[in-house]
Design a protein around this ligand. Structure first.
Ligand code: MN
Ligand code: MN
Length: 475
């Protein structure tokens, strides 16, 4: 039987009830909500500006949770409702204990607080042509050309011969010098750079930072007099020697504060928004939790950008430690399968950013399936590359549960994947946590210029990420 011809009005109704409408988040907000978004982002900008390394982020998270009444898990007595952990100064976590015991699972939001950067090499300092320089080794997925001819700051820790830890920060205060990797002038770079592929144009061994140009006052034939002068200055200010740089973690990051971007201030420009945007959003969501039914945990991981390896990455045992502490704090009787059952019963979000469709490079995106800046938090059923290799592919049921939660809570959200299938791709911590048995799905804000020294996020996406995480903890 042929279907009856529909009127214009009926078509309109049918479209509304059947078609998925992709909407920008901002127009649907009341003026008061818009102001809340802007205020929320101001605090976020302050956080980004003072948390530029994983260690600084851990320190900052610790301050925030302590202010929020959280107690260190190691000293907490059974019955304590709000606890936090720091681990090797590079990982943190915080929990709000729920009415249900942790043995049947927790709600976990896992973000990472490491970001692409230039690390100093083991023996960084040398002198060449009357200039002192520092050799670097890049960390994570960078485009090397981003890191030349741009002001950098040196952040990190040096452990001296007698075991003292010395915090270093050069290049953030207005009165500080900045550090620069120089680039070749265009007049002479036609062959050595211009004729090469962009990824080969600047070899890693040329990412050396200018550190000095004044020779030490002394006999004119003093060897490496400029290098010695730099060492003298470092020793005066920090009490360190060249040998101490062997036991150090020194990171070069873009100098300066995060700030508003765009004439209308719709965006945040900041270093390390992958993934500190999710770290901040999940921390704020957890702080809002009062007495949840299920225990909420936010974990802030290191080493995601280089494969989640090492004793501070997602593959480390830190997560298990959290579960055991939760068992202890709730007086849970544990047997050989308690941890396994808790892991299997856990619902999680891998809190990480995704790529926003770039108006200038639309050819690498699938416009129908990728995230739009300004359309809210993006739910990614799967990540990975090629034929879903290295993917965590969340179940339809779990995606359905998250979707219902966000719709009920009025969260502006979108669903998407990253880029065209054959174009590349990338993973998150989701697959490592999924391997432990929990239900997990990726969700976070879309970014422009992801992994560049200054990344761009739409303010409404940042705020909706926080709202999405809060609704998840409360679901
Ligand atoms: Mn990330
Ligand atoms: Mn990344």
């Amino acid at each position: 039987m042929a279907a009856k011809k529909l009127t214009k009005n009926e078509i309109k109704k049918l479209k509304k009830s059947l078609e998925l409408e992709k909407k920008a988040a901002w127009p649907g907000l009341k003026t008061s909500e818009r102001n809340t978004v802007l205020e929320w982002c101001n605090e976020y900008i302050d956080f980004l500006s003072c948390a530029k390394t994983e260690r600084e982020t851990v320190r900052h998270i610790k301050e925030v949770v302590e202010k929020g009444g959280f107690k260190p898990a190691e000293d907490a007595r059974p019955g304590t409702g709000r606890v936090f952990w720091t681990f090797r100064d590079k990982v943190a976590a915080a929990a709000v204990l729920g009415k249900q015991g942790p043995e049947s699972g927790i709600r976990l939001i896992a973000s990472h607080i490491d970001a692409p950067r230039l690390d100093l090499k083991i023996h960084p300092l040398y002198e060449e042509l009357g200039m002192a320089l520092l050799k670097t080794h890049y960390y994570g997925g960078i485009k090397k050309f981003h890191w030349v001819a741009t002001p950098l700051a040196l952040h990190g820790v040096v452990v001296t011969a007698n075991g003292d830890s010395v915090n270093i920060c050069i290049g953030e205060d207005d009165s500080d010098p900045v550090l620069m990797v120089n680039d070749l002038l265009p007049h002479l770079s036609r062959k050595v750079q211009g004729s090469k592929k962009i990824g080969d144009a600047i070899p890693a061994e040329k990412l050396n930072v200018l550190a000095g140009g004044f020779p030490i006052a002394g006999p004119e034939d003093t060897k490496d007099a400029v290098k010695l002068n730099v060492l003298r200055l470092l020793n005066e200010k920090y009490g360190i020697t060249e040998a101490d740089l062997v036991s150090a973690e020194l990171e070069l990051v873009p100098s300066g504060r995060a700030r508003d971007a765009g004439i209308d201030r719709a965006f945040v420009c900041g270093y390390g928004q992958d993934d500190r945007s999710c770290a901040w959003a999940s921390l704020q969501a957890l702080l809002d939790l009062k007495k949840p039914s299920v225990t909420g945990v936010a974990i802030f991981l290191d080493k995601e950008e280089i494969g989640s390896d090492g004793n501070t990455g997602a593959k480390s045992k830190f997560l298990e430690k959290i579960y055991f502490d939760l068992f202890r704090l709730t007086g849970t009787k544990t047997g050989p399968d308690t941890l396994l059952n808790a892991l299997l019963g856990t619902e999680a979000i891998s809190a990480d950013v995704t790529a926003a469709i770039d108006p200038d490079y639309q050819e690498v995106h699938d416009k129908r399936n990728n995230a739009m800046a300004g359309h809210g938090i993006c739910l990614k059923k799967y990540t990975g590359h090629g034929g879903k290799y290295a993917a965590n592919d969340a179940s339809a049921e779990y995606v359905g549960r998250i979707r219902r939660t966000w719709d009920t809570a009025g969260v502006s959200w979108q669903a998407g994947s990253m880029g065209k299938v054959d174009e590349g791709g990338g993973g998150t911590v989701a697959k490592y946590l999924a391997a432990l048995g929990m239900n997990i799905v990726d969700a976070g804000p879309p970014l422009l210029s992801m992994h560049a020294p200054w990344e761009i996020a739409h303010k409404v996406d940042l705020y909706m990420t926080y709202r999405g995480y809060r609704a998840f903890f409360e679901m």
